[in-house]
Design a protein around this ligand. Structure first.
Ligand SMILES: NS(=O)(=O)c1ccc2oc(NC(=O)c3ccccc3)nc2c1
Ligand SMILES: [Zn+2]
Length: 260
């Protein structure tokens, strides 16, 4: 069975053949239209709180279609749209072959050069990611837009400086310095949009409460080039670029905003 990917023969338009939920009613990503969002004061009454811990020897790997960091420490979030405590499992990114594309969520139809996803599971109700992954309240994912600036992002620099060591599929390394993922969050995490959606790659489970921050984080062009130098396979294989699913219809879903 051909594995899914982002090419012409195995890309997002083909996923429904093996994953029928791709045609479901709460799929992600979506186009975020701020004027269509409902400002919900309940979101601010119960502010989103992040309690991330330093990760000693964080594992960074190249699974072939992105770059992913696996988290072992107890890093949790709660509040905002969430009931209970959600535990950080992993984070990864999606990016373009050029700065004009790359993000999965779009803002008024605009794509950003990349998007960072911090993936959490509902540790109050479920005992593992695997148990939570297919439950309607199982997961919460932070979506953070990346935009280009002339300065590199210091938090991402610890990762982009070593991406050459995970250039090929199934390579993994441990980051020597302890790493607190809190350094990846934008300064203002009180301004976000939230809606009920799905994983953006197969198995596309409709189990994600998405929290997409209004404030992007800023990265340098050199850092983008480092992501685009990652390979899908072994030496000589194609670069990992344009690993994003285009937006799906919001349908009957309510997009809520934590701010006016
Ligand atoms: N682009 S996305 O929607 O954030 C997204 C999409 C697909 C995903 O599959 C997984 N699986 C694990 O993390 C995992 C964690 C532990 C064990 C097995 C899998 N996370 C995902 C996030
Ligand atoms: Zn993702």
């Amino acid at each position: 069975m051909a594995t899914w990917g982002y090419g012409n023969d195995n890309g997002p338009a083909t996923w429904v053949k093996s994953f029928p939920v791709a045609a479901g009613t709460r799929q992600s990503p979506i186009d975020i239209v701020p004027t269509a969002a409902k400002c919900d004061t309940k979101l601010t009454e119960n502010p989103l709180t992040v309690n991330y811990s330093p990760e000693p020897a964080m594992e960074l790997c190249n699974p072939g279609l992105s770059v992913k960091a696996n988290i072992k420490s107890k890093s949790v979030i709660k509040g905002g749209p969430l009931e209970g405590e959600y535990k950080l499992e992993q984070f990864h990114l999606h990016w373009g072959s050029a700065d004009k594309q790359g993000s999965e969520h779009t803002l008024n139809g605009k794509m950003f050069p990349a998007e960072l996803h911090l993936v959490h599971y509902n540790a109050t109700k479920y005992s593992s990611f695997g148990e939570a992954v297919d439950k309607p309240d199982g997961l919460a994912v932070f979506g953070i837009f990346l935009k280009i600036s002339d300065k590199p992002h210091q938090g991402l620099k610890s990762l982009t400086d070593v991406l050459s060591e995970v250039q090929y599929k199934d390579k993994s390394i441990n980051i020597k310095q302890e790493y607190n993922p809190v350094c990846l969050l934008p300064d203002n995490i009180n301004k976000y949009w939230t809606y009920l959606g799905s994983l953006t790659t197969p198995p596309l489970c409709e189990s994600v409460t998405w929290i997409v921050f209004e404030e992007p984080i800023e990265v340098s062009e050199d850092q983008m080039k480092a992501f685009r130098a990652l390979c899908c396979g072994e030496c000589g294989s194609a670069p990992i670029v344009d690993n994003y699913r285009p937006p799906l219809p919001l349908g009957n879903r309510q997009l809520r905003a934590s701010f006016q």
